[in-house]
Design a protein around this ligand. Sequence first.
Ligand code: SF4
Ligand code: SF4
Length: 374
Amino acid sequence: MLKTVFPTIDRESSALGFGCMRLPTLENGAINEELAISMIRKGIDRGVRYIDTAYPYHGGESERVVGKALQDGYREKVILATKLPCWQVKTHEDMMRILDEQLEKLQTDHVDFYLLHALGKDRYHQMKELGYQEFFDQALREGKIRYPSFSFHDDYPAFDEILHDYDWKMCQVQMNILDDENQACVKGIQEAGRLGIGVVIMEPLRGGLLAQPPADVREKYAAYPEKRTPVEWAFRYLYTMPEVITILSGMSDMAQVEDNLAIFDKASRDAVSDEEKQLYKDIKQTYLSRMKTKCTGCAYCQPCPKGITIPDIFRGYDQSLLREGGSFKAGYAKIVEKQADASRCIACRKCERACPQHLPIVTYLQEIRAACEA
Ligand code: SF4
Ligand code: SF4
């Protein structure tokens, strides 16, 4: 396992982090606890040193299962990260009440990285008004958290403002081959590194898009002298960035755990060559040339007042465009069944005002609806 170290706080980590947002489930939707616990422990036994969860994952059950997995001496071996659901914080007192609830579920007296979850410009200002800094001071004093941190979904100016406004120890951002100029951007990651703030990566495979590339992308990878799987290429893009300390992978079965461990066992921080940089550029262009919405899946447009699941619709449609002869009709029909489809849109444009990518969401929704209902 490729070992890494968080700057400033000098905590050893692993380049692969275990994300606990997509744990294996049973037919009834509940977490398959036995399998989830054995997967997490297998990861730790093989060198994973970073476990990531959050209050809302699996309807609140992820933290409880992680707490069980970290019994029997496993807690002491890892950096544990969880997140404050900022959207549920209405008063200053809510913050400590939620943290105490999380500590109980996690069966621990402290979390290492405690993140303000999914910050953007507006949410950050709300949390500031509610006194998040005083809350962190108190939680640090009482030993309930070690390192104040945040996760982020907005644009670069918002990231830059938040990054410079507090003594953060870590930031968690979305980055992958397609997103170097989206959200925090590569330049945001470099700025965090310059400030000595460790960077943790989420969505390294862009919701699975990079794991199952279309035929023309597969051909480009196959033509390159060095042979790697698409997943390995996607991880390599990230673990060779010096500012990136840990890359989260939301593993859902034991095969994924094994595959990821194999990749990170042979990973090294050696620099990416100019030829590889060119390959990554080609891969990105090939993807983007075939995708319509280019939605990053940040969910900042949610919730829609009419319940439209915009990121699901955009992701499903873009994925269908990447498959040979792909169609989103069946996927869209399921969204219609859930009453979360584009026909409900009242064009209030709340979503468009919130979208960091400034996407013409209403237009795209209607175009996708027309294509899927034709
Ligand atoms: S414009 Fe349509 S999709 Fe966007 S928030 Fe309003 S109702 Fe929802
Ligand atoms: S439509 Fe915009 S805000 Fe919504 S998920 Fe996509 S990029 Fe994010």
